[in-house]
Design a protein around this ligand. Structure first.
Ligand code: NAD
Length: 488
């Protein structure tokens, strides 16, 4: 019997229950056991957290970047020293195998980087006679952050670190599916030396606390990672309230094109990892693969061989690299897409190995599935599944592959495999996508180049170099210094 955790909200450096005492239950997606009673933040809690952030802002924003960096560094140390516990908390809530937990290293890098790099700069201008003009970069004040469940610590760190380093105070809402790592960090905020109100952490569902943050008149900027559907709702809430600035990292339906001169083994190995890592619950997973006709059978065989090597099972086990879907809702949604694929695709290949008998277990595991020759207008080709489900279709010509890859409302990460460098650059230029992998695919990337999507996959870009920009306003200050001239 596992211990049932009881979580709180962090408001003004106090760990408190929800104002009405409400909680919701979380269950392990592998054992079905209850693992936590989670505080469900109310609208009143959102107001209290925003008020605390507002009160903390004048002193926090007046501190030097060096002073603001000190608690961030301590948080970076703690996420590393407690990484096993953090990995365990995600494993028991959303089924992420502990063997795949890179998140502490990612988070520590971000906390450390922004602890040192937060020296925002404006410009000066002497181009107006009689004036010495300048632009200032200043924090917004209260910033809201809403994160998803598939890598919560990654999103906590990549948004909170630049926001507070720039001098803002934040209210973060974790995902109802995986709130425990954010809750764990909330227990360390005061100990690290953050003054009360600088970082507030709420748990709860979108319809109450998420919506209250999106509609809040005192929240001046909101950074969101999650589905395109929720991004739309937040955009509308922003427009209906105070036109707060919004930054979105949203869903994907990422294509990968494999040309017939590619290294088939490498392409198969990496594309299989891309779609099946985290049980397919990755925004940038290459869920649509387009293989040039002559190599299709060989590619599918190699891909299936890698998929069959997955070790499915208990996400807390050091043997497992493929855990269950995050919860019943995700599980059912993925199974519905698999049923659809069985109708729409020419062929269905179940690549699950028999390490666990699905019918005899409470686990929400799903066997990885390949669907071949799926019509381009099928819902399976158009919509994000967020599960271990890949489409492998074929193409004859380069132009056909590009047209199919771009025929989507998403545009997060596209990839291509070829030994022809000219073709790689020509095709890379034409793909409508915020990120393009050449002879590599997602999650390959780099932390100091822009991360984000074209079209319905988002607005704005995040990275070590870009992210702080989202959390700074720009002001032009015109200073008359005398003499001849003036603004014409
Ligand atoms: P989701 O949109 O359902 O939820 C994300 C967060 O938004 C949660 O905290 C949720 O409580 C909150 N929310 C829900 N409704 C809301 C509302 N009306 N107002 C305000 N907040 C609300 O997404 P999810 O299921 O948690 O995550 C999976 C999605 O996230 C996928 O679409 C995936 O592609 C996307 N994602 C994108 C990236 C990226 O960087 N582009 C990274 C990870 C995940």
């Amino acid at each position: 019997m596992t211990e049932i955790l009881q979580t709180q909200l962090l408001i003004n450096n106090k760990l408190v229950p929800a104002s009405d005492g409400a909680t919701f239950d979380l269950y392990s997606p592998h054992t079905g056991e209850k693992v936590a009673k989670v505080a469900e933040a109310t609208r009143e809690d959102v107001d209290l957290a925003v008020d605390a952030a507002e009160a903390a802002f004048p002193a926090w924003s007046a501190m030097s970047p060096f002073e603001r960096g000190k608690p961030l560094k301590k948080l970076g140390e703690l996420v590393m020293s407690e990484k096993d516990e953090l990995a365990h908390l995600d494993a028991i809530t959303m089924g992420r195998p502990v063997t795949t937990f890179f998140d502490s290293f990612y988070a520590a890098t971000h906390f450390n980087y922004f602890a040192e790099a937060a020296y925002p700069q404006g410009h000066t201008s002497l181009n107006t006679p009689g004036f010495l003009n300048m632009s200032l970069r200043q924090p917004f004040g209260v910033v809201a952050i809403i994160i998803p469940w598939n890598a919560p610590l990654v999103f906590f760190s990549k948004k909170v670190a630049p926001a507070v380093a720039a001098g803002n105070c934040v209210v973060l809402k974790s995902s109802e599916k995986a709130p425990l790592t954010s809750w764990k960090l909330s227990q360390w905020i005061e100990k690290c030396g953050f003054p009360p109100g600088v970082i507030n952490v709420l748990s709860g569902h979108g319809r109450t606390s998420g919506d209250a943050l999106s509609m809040h008149m005192k929240v001046r900027a909101l950074s969101f990672t999650g589905s395109t559907r929720t991004g739309r709702a937040i955009q509308i809430a922003s427009a209906k309230s105070n036109l707060k600035k919004v930054v979105f990292e949203l869903g994907g339906k990422s294509p990968c094109i494999i040309f017939d001169d590619a290294d088939i083994e490498q392409a198969a190995k990496e594309t299989e990892n891309s779609i099946n890592w985290n049980s397919g619950q990755t925004c940038m997973a290459n869920s649509r693969i387009y293989v040039q006709e002559g190599i299709k059978d060989k590619f599918i065989e190699a891909f299936s061989t890698f998929a069959r090597q997955r070790k499915m099972g208990d996400p807390t086990s050091p043997e497992t690299n493929h855990g269950p879907q995050a919860d019943k809702v995700q599980h059912e949604a993925v199974l519905r897409f698999i049923d659809l694929g069985k109708k729409d695709a020419e062929k269905t290949i179940d690549t699950g190995n028999e390490s666990i008998k699905l019918g005899e277990s409470k686990s929400l595991l799903v066997h990885p599935v390949i669907f071949t020759n799926v019509p381009e207008d099928s819902r399976l080709t158009k919509e994000e599944v967020f599960g271990p489900v890949v489409i492998i279709n074929s193409f004859k010509e380069e132009s056909e592959a590009i047209a199919k890859a771009n025929d989507t409302e998403f545009g997060l990460y596209a990839a291509l495999y070829t030994k022809d460098l000219e073709r790689a650059l020509r095709v890379g230029k034409k793909l409508e996508s915020g990120m393009v992998g050449v002879n590599c695919t997602s999650p390959t990337g780099c932390w100091d180049l822009p991360f984000g999507g074209y079209k319905g996959s988002g607005t704005g870009r995040e990275s070590l170099l870009e992210s702080m920009d989202h959390f700074l306003e720009t002001k032009s200050l015109y200073v008359r210094v005398g003499g001849i001239g003036g603004i014409v």
